[in-house]
Write a protein that binds this ligand. Sequence first.
Ligand code: FAD
Length: 348
Amino acid sequence: MLIQEHVPLAPRTTIQVGGPARYFVEARTADDALAAVEFARSKSLALFVLGGGSNLVVSDKGWPGLVLKLAISGIEQRAEKGRAIFDVGAGEEWDKFVAFAVGKNCAGVECLSGIPGSVGGTPVQNVGAYGQEVAETIESVQALEVETLEVREIAKTNCGFSYRSSIFNTTERGRYIILKTTYSLTPSGTPKIEYADLKKYFAGWRETPTLADTREAVRQIRASKGMLITPGDPDCKSAGSFFKNPILSPEQHDELLRRAALKGLQVPSYPALESQKKVSAAWLVEHSGFSKGFIAGKAGISRKHALAIVNRGQATALDILSLKEQIQGRVKEIWGVQLAPEPVMVGF
Ligand SMILES: Cc1cc2nc3c(=O)[nH]c(=O)nc-3n(C[C@H](O)[C@H](O)[C@H](O)COP(=O)(O)OP(=O)(O)OC[C@H]3O[C@@H](n4cnc5c(N)ncnc54)[C@H](O)[C@@H]3O)c2cc1C
């Protein structure tokens, strides 16, 4: 295991901002991860676990401790009680696994095609898109507990999954290093085509779309929104959606509708848990003066997606955060809603 010093982190993230890691190491095995934790402990270093860097903004100062990059590979398939079970190393690229599963005609992750990042990153914020989320297919997560150095098998029921959330980014943040994730997929399954964009894409098709057709459709839709990492496309130098869709109480929702009605507008909103409502963050951003293509110096908003803050070239983390705060301030002022950022802030 090679421990490197002063390693730039910006090129290891999709938004490409931020300073270096004081120490940096790649773990190819569970033993490497354990040795890395012991190294951090011996030097009293703060530990940060890095996957594909697609949901991060690293501060301009960088990370003063050890960055542990998960590089555990491997996709193993087995059959169990009529299900196709996949044990996948945390360091595998997520979309490579999706392609593999679709290639094996297994359903359950096809709508999550094209999401950047690692397999180990998917349980953290319960990634979701186009009508699916990994909470529907994750069976369990194998993780190294940093405190005890024991490897634990965490069943999906103990992962605390909800919208963009799990124990790994809330109550147990920093407690575990995810080594492997197990997914349970449907062999010879049919694709889930419930999301409006997908239905529209397939409208007029004579044959029933296959899993592979669905994967291709999702990738094309994502590319049209700058949500597929495409070399040379400046609109995907981002951390994806920068804000979560806010979940409002009935009172907060009524207040938002009241403000919208005064302007003769209707807010797109969907039922969430219990009596709550999920509101479109993109709508709030666009109706607060930040349209697609908005420019704020070296930062800006993607020309294809109102929720993606982009690095327009040579931006600093400060440039990105200044725009984020400007947007949050305006949305709060106009709509009374506090937008929460989706990416993880590292070293601030
Ligand atoms: C263009 C673009 C489009 C995107 N579209 C979507 C989308 O449609 N839906 C969606 O949900 N997300 C989307 N994202 C966000 C992002 O791709 C996902 O959140 C992804 O799962 C993050 O994985 P990662 O490996 O890159 O994690 P990183 O960005 O490296 O890390 C994110 C967090 O997870 C933790 N983490 C990562 N790996 C591990 C591990 N092995 N053990 C413990 N903790 C770990 C990190 O410590 C950090 O807190 C998009 C991002 C981009 C840039």
